[in-house]
Design a protein. Structure first.
Lengths: 124, 253
């Protein structure tokens, strides 16, 4: 039974190349917990901004009439990957995990797999 | 840095005070200067958030309050007795705390008092620094205004527009719209859905911006037919003046 802090710690330590991680409530744009980041990546700002990314995709899916759910969203920068994973648990209504990875050190397939595992452990 | 909403909160945080900060629209509970809980009549409490969504049967909540309330360990009891997962309680609590704090820290909400030593029966779950709570409340206020700068949308009954706006509505917003009967306010809808009030304010402002619900018109204050000083004069009629006035009028007509 993991709480937010241990979940973020696990993401930070077990996923290779992690720069920062945040648990975000996407309606309010508030980061419920953050770890890592630093002066080059303000996770609180990233959290609020990325809620717009999620919402834009949700809206587009409504427009298209797609009756499906977003599992994750990947944004590839020159030097980083940003991975957004929407949580599905009972208590996870409208939450996502946001992960920033160093492109040079990260293994994307592995990171996605581990993030999925961490979600399962975040007992909601 | 933006100006602080409650200078008293800043001072109490600095002196690591323990107690309850009472404001017009809600109460913040502090332990060692950190915010451990918040309550507001404008936002559904953690009990509503937990029980409405069916995550916790109402009787389980009641039992926890009965058995652990006097010891101030209701949160701990729910987890230790296996009724709630640690993470679940923590997230729901944070959600309720920031939701209530947003209303409690509404600007200009009357006098502020502090009751030293007062503790909340829920107990310590995850304390948050007062600065974070204040910053988040201000961010939320800005966010609402960026979405649709009509604050009356937050308190007026939600009215669906009859002409379809053609804008897509997300499943979350759909649930809000389904309860918009022209009488319920966003706060009522939040309570009925077991969702934080602020989240419903966001949904309603977005729906209003999209033209799916009506933006309440601020009723223009009816201009008074006579200037305000008339009322003051009437309180203390200067009969001598009135008599002179009458005489003068009679003389000139």
């Amino acid at each position: 039974m993991a709480n937010t802090e241990t979940t973020l710690k696990e993401a930070m330590t077990s996923i290779e190349g992690t720069i920062g991680v945040a648990l975000v409530d996407y309606t309010s744009g508030m980061a419920l917990g953050t770890l890592g980041g630093g002066k080059d990546l303000d996770l609180t700002v990233a959290a609020a901004g990325n809620t717009d990314v999620v919402r834009a995709k949700v809206r587009t899916m409504e427009h298209l009439g797609l009756k499906d759910e977003i599992e994750d969203i990947l944004i590839t920068l020159g030097g980083q990957y940003h991975l957004i994973r929407l949580l599905k648990g009972r208590g996870a209504n409208g939450l996502f995990l946001y992960l920033a990875l160093d492109k040079g050190r990260a293994n994307l397939a592995m990171a996605r797999h581990q993030l999925k595992k961490i979600e399962a452990e975040l007992d909601l | 840095m933006s100006t602080t909403v409650s200078p008293m909160l800043v001072r109490l945080a600095a002196e690591r005070a323990t107690g309850a900060l009472l404001r017009d629209h809600g109460t913040l509970y502090l332990v060692d200067g950190q915010v451990v809980h918040a309550e507001s009549p404008a936002s559904p409490g953690i009990d509503v958030l937990l029980t409405s969504a069916g995550r916790l049967p109402a009787e389980d909540w009641q039992e926890a309050v009965d058995r652990a309330g006097t010891r101030g360990r209701v949160g701990r009891f729910l987890v230790d007795s296996g009724r709630l997962a640690d993470g679940e309680l923590e997230l729901c609590h944070l959600s309720a705390l920031f939701d209530a704090a947003f209303f409690a820290l509404a600007p200009g909400s009357g006098p502020t008092r502090f009751r030293y030593g007062a503790a909340h029966w829920l107990g310590r779950i995850r304390p948050v620094s007062a600065a974070v709570v204040e910053r988040e409340s201000q961010r939320r206020r800005r966010l609402l205004d960026e979405l649709w700068p009509y604050p009356d949308t937050d308190t007026a009954p939600v009215v669906r527009r009859t002409t379809p706006s053609g804008q897509p509505v997300t499943p979350r917003q759909r649930a809000v719209l389904d309860l918009a009967d022209g009488e319920r306010t966003p706060g009522d809808i939040a309570r009925a859905l077991g969702r934080p009030a602020f989240h419903t304010l966001i949904d309603v402002r977005r729906l209003a911006a999209a033209g799916t619900v009506a933006t309440p018109r601020v009723a223009p204050t009816a201009p008074s037919p006579v200037p305000a000083w008339v009322a003051q004069v009437a309180d203390d009629p200067d009969t001598a003046l009135l008599r002179r006035l009458r005489d003068a009028l009679e003389a000139s007509l």
